[in-house]
Design a protein around this ligand. Structure first.
Ligand SMILES: Cc1ncc(COP(=O)(O)O)c(C=O)c1O
Length: 227
């Protein structure tokens, strides 16, 4: 297997490595230090027992998407679900990134945005946060103006800086980006605001969220997609 050549551009890439530390509270991965309550485990065990394992599940995951949508005041049509938000981001990048397209990130940020974008064959362009890791409006404008990215990533709160993106910057990026804007809200529980307000029919915004904070093993994540 190893002897068979991979795509040249993939061979040149190093893998994604995220150093883990052995501490109780792991903010960097947003894992809960507290195990889920017994009632949750009981309900889960019962649900597992009720699954018809010999059949495909509901392919559209309509019940799950409807429940997530109801929780956030949007319809199932606005929800896309996947196995962890990396898979959600990958699906977004396969649809809107890919060969011949450009994806913008503002570094330092979550490394997998650029990594997955490159795997889809997209060209990644990187803007910079300032010395205090704050994203400035003129830098956003420079990157959007110079590269007209098909996909622009924001991350709020941002991994690894831990800072929520300024709502004015999110607004400005959405107003000026020529393509779609993905706001990764994997750490939404630590943010005073959300980009969910931008999910409506005429916007080109996707907001990704994950349930990893509740159970990192279940791997359910979702994105709110504007229609
Ligand atoms: C910003 C950000 N987005 C997405 C993810 C992936 O989360 P998930 O567990 O849903 O795949 C992480 C995980 O560290 C992350 O830091």
């Amino acid at each position: 297997m190893n002897r068979y050549p991979k795509r040249d551009d993939l061979r040149a890439m190093s893998g994604y490595h995220s150093p883990q530390v052995s501490v109780k509270v792991r903010l960097n991965t947003n894992e809960s230090p507290i195990a889920p309550p017994a009632e949750f485990l009981e309900a889960l065990a019962k649900a597992v027992g009720d699954v018809r394992w010999n059949r495909y599940p509901d392919r559209a995951a309509l019940e799950l998407r409807t429940a997530i949508g109801a929780l956030h005041g949007v319809g199932a049509d606005n929800i896309f679900v996947g196995n962890g938000s990396n898979e959600v981001l990958q699906a977004v990048l396969l649809a809107y990134g890919g060969a011949g397209r450009t994806v913008a990130t503002f570094e330092p940020t979550y490394q997998l945005h650029a990594h997955i974008a490159r795997i889809t064959g997209a060209t990644v362009v990187s803007g910079r946060r300032d010395a205090n890791f704050v994203l400035q409006a003129d830098e956003v404008q420079r990157v959007l103006g110079a590269h007209a990215p098909h996909v622009t990533f924001l991350c709020s709160p941002n991994n690894p800086t831990g800072m929520a993106e300024d709502p004015a910057i999110i607004q400005r990026t959405i107003d000026n980006a020529p393509g779609i804007v993905v706001v990764d809200e994997a750490y939404a529980q630590f943010s005073p605001h959300t980009a969910l307000t931008y999910i409506h029919e005429d916007s080109r915004v996707a907001v990704s969220r994950t349930f990893s904070w509740m159970s990192s093993t279940l791997r359910v994540a979702f994105a709110f997609i504007s229609k």
